[in-house]
Design a protein around this ligand. Structure first.
Ligand SMILES: NC(=O)c1ccc[n+]([C@@H]2O[C@H](COP(=O)([O-])OP(=O)(O)OC[C@H]3O[C@@H](n4cnc5c(N)ncnc54)[C@H](O)[C@@H]3O)[C@@H](O)[C@H]2O)c1
Ligand SMILES: Nc1ncnc2c1ncn2[C@@H]1O[C@H](COP(=O)(O)O)[C@@H](O)[C@H]1O
Ligand SMILES: N[C@@H](CCC(=O)O)C(=O)O
Ligand SMILES: O=P(O)(O)OP(=O)(O)O
Length: 573
């Protein structure tokens, strides 16, 4: 039994930045070489970023990717990394179409290519739209050890390439992933990896992306698990990391040359650099509590959206309420207080505390804070158009939206929309009003979780001896749109705990009226909420994107027709 030192490079590439990502891969491989690794793994589509969406359909993109992988092999060799086996995810293309591939690079060459077999086409994934499935295994003999390559969904399905690799006599599986975050996903992933390691009877090295890409956030959580389920190493979540693990491999398996009819691409690499090294201790990151995970995902999603799209600053309407305070606190953690501009925009219905609580937030965090009264603008619209009632209410939100977009145009800020998942679900926002913006940090956070996050963030600050960012009054006061005198959210919606429980069943779990009422909720309340959810699909479709953190996010994860006459709430009971 001999150990192989495997380095898992948990990196944050940018979609489409082939040169930048290649440079990142070279620099992390150098670090792995310094650590004495013999094999370095990069995540699924590390060279292209993930997901590339319809870029996969463009022939010139595929051509650029295949050129980039050959150049990368050469660049690694020139950087002194040619003597380690480097496995990198990228996009390839052949007669069957685009492939979600992994290249094995060694001594300046692409020595083997593996194409992902199982193509996830559900929820946020559309891979059957883009890729042709692979049909062969790739086994590389590194010194005395045979390692097989798989990509992400390949280990989520029973059958497929994993048992074939076991039959082909590999000593370890190298699994490249682009597995997006949602709360609880780390536990699910761990059980998937455990199961496959046990089925194949070999250790699995699982490397995941980290960072934000539009509405997805990748949390890393790269790991190595032994055949008996023992955790041999775990990378830190939500940050780039290099996890180096010495994995004991038997190296005495009898290979079957044609397992279950699969063709096998076999390569034997000699001249692997093996340094005289001492066995390393285990590196296992501490578990992270739920609120901290969600907060880290929201911070990562916002930071990467801002930076990868060339912005330096953000602005938002600060109303003194909990949603805008939490969004601003996420922005401060993501970008620093100098990069955040809060704007108070009082109208005649704004309470005194809307201004003083916003001011207090700014005082505690040090963000830039200005006041732009909207009353004179509102008055012109109301008078000129003769607006009353709902139209008058909404024109306030629209004057705020216009003000923020004007500041964006003049000062270059990205505007943050502050709506939460509960509001988005029932259409509780003004389209082209408070719904304006380029990114919506908490759009997948139910209101009850918004409060939990605010309390958690303040508690963390207190524990660190820092000033809690969110004023207690913003947490404690009842939510209000303040678009007419004395307006409260509870005038039109049930209490948020009840609303969120019903929404979870309908939106996240696909339950219908009958199931939800059977669970003990009032029929009229449920019917009213379900009607609101269906009727506001058009509003959600025009809402800015934001990070997915729950098991079912609006957007690419839940795609409903806007024009739609099916109503589960019309079910006869
Ligand atoms: N602005 C805020 O700060 C805020 C916050 C929370 C809640 N709210 C509440 O949100 C509500 C906003 O009112 P609203 O939803 O009636 O106004 P809205 O203007 O946001 O949406 C209604 C408009 O949407 C368009 N529309 C309707 N159906 C459509 C469809 N199928 N396809 C395309 N466009 C369509 C129409 O132009 C219609 O006038 C109010 O009850 C307000 O109190 C506002
Ligand atoms: N008075 C206000 N100043 C700045 N921004 C405001 C103000 N009132 C509302 N906003 C913005 O709109 C959203 C939604 O408001 P609700 O209170 O939830 O209706 C809020 O988060 C602010 O960004
Ligand atoms: N179910 C897998 C699929 C990911 C993939 O194949 O990219 C995950 O969410 O992690
Ligand atoms: O959107 P906000 O910040 O005004 O929060 P709330 O809706 O709770 O008033």
């Amino acid at each position: 039994m001999q150990a192989l030192r495997i380095a898992l490079a948990q990196i944050n590439p940018t979609v489409g930045d082939l040169d930048g990502n290649a440079a990142l891969i070279v620099s992390w491989t150098r670090r792995a070489v310094e650590e004495g690794a013999q094999v370095v793994l990069f995540p699924e589509m590390a060279l292209t970023g993930y997901p590339v969406e319809d870029l996969a359909l463009i022939p010139s993109f595929a051509e650029a990717c295949t050129t980039a992988i050959r150049r990368l092999a050469d660049a690694l060799d020139r950087a002194g990394c040619g003597g380690v086996v480097t496995v990198v995810g990228y996009l390839d293309r052949d007669i069957a179409g685009a492939r979600n591939s992994a290249a094995v690079l060694f001594a300046g060459e692409v020595v083997s290519r593996y194409d992902k077999v199982a193509l996830p086409t559900y929820r946020v994934f559309d891979e059957a739209r883009y890729f042709a499935p692979g049909t062969h295994l790739s086994i590389t003999t590194v010194g005395e050890h045979r390692v097989g390559v798989v990509v992400c969904e390949d280990i989520w399905q029973p059958g497929g390439p994993v048992p074939a690799y076991a039959a082909a006599g590999v000593d370890a599986l190298l699994c490249l992933n682009a597995s997006p975050f949602e709360l609880g996903k780390d536990t699910i992933r761990r059980s998937v990896v455990d199961r496959r390691a046990a089925e194949a009877g070999v250790p699995v090295a699982y490397v995941n992306l980290v960072g934000g890409q539009d509405e997805l956030v990748f949390d890393g959580g790269s790991m190595v698990v032994a055949a008996d389920g023992e955790l041999l190493g775990l990378a830190r979540p939500f940050t780039e990391d290099l996890l180096c693990v010495d994995v004991d491999l038997p190296g005495d398996r009898t290979p079957d040359d044609h397992p279950d009819g699969w063709t096998v691409d076999r390569n034997t690499l000699s001249d692997i650099i093996v340094r005289g090294w001492d066995r390393r201790g285990r590196s296992i990151a501490e578990p992270v509590p739920d609120e901290e995970q969600v907060w880290a995902a929201l911070v990562t999603g916002l930071r990467d959206y801002v930076h990868k799209n060339g912005f330096r600053t953000v602005a938002l309407g600060l109303s003194g309420g909990i949603d805008s305070a939490v969004v601003a606190a996420i922005a401060v953690d993501a970008l620093g207080s100098d990069a955040v501009h809060g704007v108070s925009m009082p109208s005649r219905y704004s309470s005194d505390h809307s201004r003083s609580d916003a001011d207090e937030f700014a005082r505690r965090t040090g963000i830039r804070f200005t006041t732009e009264p909207i009353e004179s603008m509102v008055e012109v619209f109301v008078r000129t158009l003769g607006l009353t009632g709902l139209a008058e209410e909404n024109i306030q939100a629209r004057c705020r939206g216009m003000t923020l977009m004007a500041l964006s145009n003049s000062d270059g800020h990205l505007i943050l929309a502050t709506g939460n998942k509960s509001e988005l679900a029932v259409g509780y926002s003004t389209i082209y009003g408070d719904a304006v913006g380029g990114y919506a940090p908490i759009k997948d956070v139910p209101k009850s979780l918004v409060w939990d996050l605010a309390r958690w963030r303040n508690k963390t600050a207190t524990e660190r001896g820092e000033i809690p960012p969110i004023p207690e009054d913003s947490i404690d006061k009842p939510p209000s749109a303040e678009l007419r005198p004395g307006q409260l959210d509870t005038d039109s919606l049930p209490d948020y705990d009840e609303l969120d429980a019903i929404l979870y069943r309908y939106v996240d779990c696909d339950q219908g009226l009958r199931d939800i009422v059977a669970a003990g909720y009032d029929r009229d309340t449920v019917a009213d909420i379900l009607r609101k959810v269906d009727a506001s699909e058009y509003k959600r479709r025009q809402y800015p994107i934001g990070a997915k953190v729950t098991s079912r996010a609006f957007g690419r994860d839940r795609r409903m027709p806007i024009t739609n006459r099916f109503r589960s709430h019309d079910d006869p009971m």
